[in-house]
Design a protein around this ligand. Structure first.
Ligand code: ATP
Length: 891
């Protein structure tokens, strides 16, 4: 039991030095020996299981019945064709499911937590799976613990262990304890930390004592269900739509059967036709198409730095009309440089690269900034918070020997930074004397300081001093500089963190630049064109925030900026009323973010919010789209988010919204295409039967059409490249249905057109032979000729029509005929297969077709293109109408 052993014993047992950590070679060897640090998940379904699952559908059962009936009747060709259709359908279904599943799994891998380890003397982030026993693991607030640890260092370390103990209050940890009682329950093992628990506060270091299934969680959860089935609202809606339309289709098929019965037609043939029509017209593939298009979409989003964690987010992205964004690192580069510093001795510029002459006061200021810091900067490389790295460089510029300073001054206590206090304090021992150093937001320091350093003397802080500091802050922040103050106080002994930030002696402050990211201004503009408002939410000073917001065209008037304090002063209702007028929220803490989101949402806005810290989880959950930072974000923020930005960049959010809109449009295109095609088939069959004609298509032909047009072209439509003009449209109303506006009518019109043309082609087959479908005794060849014409025309109509579906307004040339090669390929392949059915004699016989004559081919060619042509002409009219509406003079 490691908690009963001392730190030294534990380290010795794993043969590791805490300063060096394991060597890479040793870590590799241990990884071989102990295996990856992962909990074994539920076994994935095998391909065979997926395949069998595909067959468990009542439509398939009906088809299987058809197989038996045709076999009993000796119609073996039909039997084989139906069987092939069933198998091919299942294979395609499995392929889609596997592809969609793989894409989601790959994303989950990218988004899974990482561990911070010390190896070969340096600290680095590795995949949690690669952690091995003996690794030295560094813990910081917001991070999930990757393995079971015996702690070797702890500084105000608090860990939330509810995953193991059920206790939601974080447990306080202390590495220095040794617990002799081997029966100590997990909740009381203060010197240990466990896999899957969460650091909520402070810092710590531990040596890994167990990984993977050997850990405490591993022991409890021997089987963890990692496979979480997610159905997005869209999928659910479409499934429902599919069911409704399915019932309708079955109703019509049953009606056809009854009518046929009354008309005294061949029962078995009519049964087969009804069943096949049901199979062909029931849009059973809707949800599958959504899943596959979504998975293709999120994979392409991940290539552009946006990892979607929850699939429904893709749908919501298209409706976002407000982006709330952090400032530091997201809108700005997070490359801080101190350009100026201020103390009561005056304000000085920093000369980079040159040794600046530093007064005693300036030296003290820099000393506080260096000691009260977790960053490092060696050999031109920094680790840690860029704000702190900039402060280390300031010390270098002032000619201060940081190494000597840090070596002489041992840190014996600390009060970690948090974005509520906006302060950080450390306690140091130097020559048996103790000093607290505090740095942070100058306004907060002014509240807790009682004295100030003036010309080397500690004097009481007067109103005049405050004014001097406030003026300096106004000056610096007005020029977009980020300000940070420092203070100190001598104490007699080691004190508790809560005692540190009181009665401080103010030293001075610095101003640093953090230039905006180059691409952000254009992104803000692009978002505005797309009807999306950008709002800056930051912990930084109001003036600094506004100056940067103005530079980026987020705000143009100081009245559009407010602060956390001002929010606190407003009653909820009044704040909610005013909230839409602000573009900059400065000096806010994480709770304010939740209020801001609630206020914005109360006006019906769809809001995306960024976050990175431990306390950001509530606001990320409250937002419609919670966006976590991939680089600076904590595991907690990532866990609460819908999407992660791997580059922490604002521009990526805008790109993701654009992609979200395109993905939604693509799904919509696929679905409308499927419904149009299916309607066409139903119309052709139903009207002809009502008229007392022969069926224009027989069972096997219907099944073939289902296979050809419902699969590849529909998926290929979903892979359409984005519409470059999609960001000129307004955000989509989340309540809006797929059939909004004229989309529904278009599907109905398209369906009737395709159905009507098919009927015409069927009629033409009789006409060619000098007969009519109303005639009684018609030779078999004529019926076969007519069916071949109908069959070929219907498929051609559907395949060409897929091209028209790519944009509701733009012509196929404006969209770019060759911009979706998948679709062209799918159409070409469909046409080839369709030709093969007629041209290859064996296939022709199997499908009961006849070779067409020249006239017949010409008819197919012309009629097949007709729906595409009509649709394109319709678009010309719609474009003209739109241009007229957009042009006020023409109205
Ligand atoms: P954003 O919220 O847009 O990322 P931010 O980085 O300024 O902006 P916080 O990190 O919450 O937001 O910082 C808020 C304030 O806290 C800063 O303006 C600064 O005064 C202070 N601060 C930031 N980092 C530190 C630090 N490492 N130590 C002490 N104080 C800090």
């Amino acid at each position: 039991m490691w908690f009963s052993k001392s730190i030294e014993e534990s380290l010795a047992a794993f043969e590791v030095s805490p300063a060096q950590g394991l060597s890479e070679a040793e870590a590799q060897a241990r990884l071989q020996k102990y295996g990856p640090n992962a909990l074994k998940g539920k076994k994935k379904k095998t391909i065979l299981q997926l395949f069998i699952a595909q067959l468990q559908d009542w439509l398939i059962y009906v088809l299987l019945a058809a197989v038996v009936i045709t076999a009993l009747m000796g119609e073996y060709t039909d039997t084989i064709i139906i069987l092939v259709v069933i198998l091919l359908n299942a294979v395609l279904g499995v392929a889609q499911e596997v592809k969609a599943g793989n894409a989601i799994e790959a994303l989950q891998k990218i988004a899974s937590p990482k561990a911070l380890v010390r190896r070969e003397g340096t600290t680095k982030e590795i995949r949690s799976e690669d952690v091995v026993p003996g690794d030295i693991l560094i813990l910081d607030a917001g991070r999930f613990i990757a393995a079971d640890l015996r702690l070797i260092e702890s500084a105000n370390l608090k860990i939330e262990e509810s995953a193991l103990t059920g206790e939601s209050m974080p447990a306080t940890k202390d590495a220095d304890q040794t617990l002799p009682d081997p029966q100590t329950p997990i909740g009381d093992r203060h010197n240990s930390a466990y896999m899957s628990t969460l650091v909520t506060y402070g810092r710590g270091v531990g040596v890994v004592v167990a990984t993977g299934m050997q850990t405490e969680v591993g022991k409890i959860a021997s089987i963890i269900d990692t496979e979480e089935e997610v159905t997005t609202p869209l999928e659910a809606r479409l499934e429902k739509l599919g069911k409704t339309l399915g019932k309708l289709a079955i109703g019509i098929c049953a009606l056809i059967f009854v009518v046929a019965l009354l008309q005294g037609r061949d029962l078995v043939e009519m049964f087969l036709i009804s069943v096949s029509l049901a199979v062909a017209s029931i849009p059973e593939g809707l949800a599958a198409i959504v899943a596959i298009v979504l998975s293709i979409g999120v994979t392409s989003m991940s290539k552009r730095n946006a990892i979607v964690r929850r699939l429904p987010a893709v749908e919501t992205l298209g409706s976002v009309n407000i982006i709330c964004s952090d400032k530091t690192g997201t809108l700005t580069q997070n490359k801080m440089t101190v350009v100026r510093y201020f103390s009561l001795e005056g304000e000085r510029e920093v000369n980079h690269g040159n040794q600046n002459e530093a007064s005693e006061g300036a030296e003290k200021l820099a000393k506080a900034m260096v000691l009260c810091s977790d960053a490092t900067y060696e050999h031109n490389e920094g680790t840690g918070d860029p704000t702190e790295i900039a402060l280390l460089l300031l010390a270098d510029d002032l000619g201060i020997d940081r190494q000597a300073l840090q070596a002489n001054s041992r840190r014996v206590g600390e009060f970690a930074f948090d974005s509520d206090r906006k302060l950080m304090s450390t306690l140091h021992e130097e020559d048996d004397k103790y000093t607290v150093y505090t740095k942070g937001a100058i306004d907060n320091l002014l509240k807790i300081a009682t004295h100030v350093l003036e010309s080397g003397q500690v004097v009481p802080l007067t109103e005049q001093h405050r004014q001097q500091f406030n003026q300096a802050t106004e000056r610096m922040s007005g020029q977009a500089l980020r300000t940070l103050g420092a203070a100190y106080k001598p104490v007699d002994t080691v004190i508790e963190p809560e005692e540190m930030e009181k009665d401080l002696i103010l030293l001075g402050m610095v101003g640093m630049i953090d230039p905006p990211r180059a691409e952000v201004k254009a992104s803000v503009q692009k978002a505005r064109m797309a009807g999306i408002t950008t709002i800056m939410i930051t912990g930084d000073h109001k003036n600094t925030a506004f100056a940067i917001a103005r530079e980026l065209n987020i705000a143009d008037n100081m009245r559009q900026a407010t602060t956390g304090q001002e929010i606190d002063e407003l009653p909820e209702e009044e704040f909610n009323q005013r909230v839409q007028g602000y573009r900059v929220f400065a000096r806010v803490s994480p709770e304010h973010k939740v209020r801001i989101i609630r206020g914005l949402k109360s006006h019906g806005n769809i809001v995306s919010m960024t976050g990175d810290g431990v306390n950001d989880a509530p606001s990320l959950s409250a937002a419609d789209i919670g966006v976590a930072m991939g680089i600076t974000g904590t595991d907690v923020a990532k866990g609460a988010s819908d999407m992660i930005l791997t580059d922490d960049n604002f521009a990526t959010i805008v790109t993701a919204i654009e992609q979200g809109r395109n993905i939604y449009n693509n799904i919509r295109k696929s679905v409308l295409f499927l419904l149009t095609c299916n309607l066409g088939e139903v119309v052709a069959m139903f009207l002809t039967l009502l008229a007392g004609w022969q069926a224009p298509l027989i069972a096997t032909q219907l099944l073939w059409i289902n296979l050809l047009t419902d699969t590849l072209p529909a998926v290929a439509l979903g892979m359409d490249p984005g519409d470059p003009d999609v960001m000129k449209e307004r955000p989509r109303d989340p309540q809006e249905s797929f059939f909004n506006g004229i989309a529904g009518w278009r599907a109905v019109a398209g369906g009737f057109l395709i159905g009507g043309i098919t009927i015409f082609a069927f009629w033409f087959g009789y006409y060619e032979h000098g007969l009519s479908p109303f005639d009684d005794a018609v030779p078999v060849e004529t019926v076969q000729n007519a069916r071949t014409l109908a069959f070929m025309t219907l498929v051609a109509c559907q395949l060409y029509y897929a091209l028209a579906m790519r944009h509701p307004l733009k012509s196929i040339f404006q969209v770019g005929l060759f911009s979706n090669l998948f679709l062209l390929g799918a159409v070409a392949l469909g046409l080839l297969l369709q030709l093969a059915v007629v041209l290859v004699p064996a296939m022709r016989d199997a499908f009961n077709l006849r070779m067409l004559d020249a006239q017949g081919w010409a008819a197919v060619l012309f009629l097949g293109l007709l729906p595409l042509l009509v649709s394109e002409l319709g678009k010309v009219y719609l474009r003209a109408r739109q241009a007229k509406n957009a042009d006020p003079l023409a109205a």
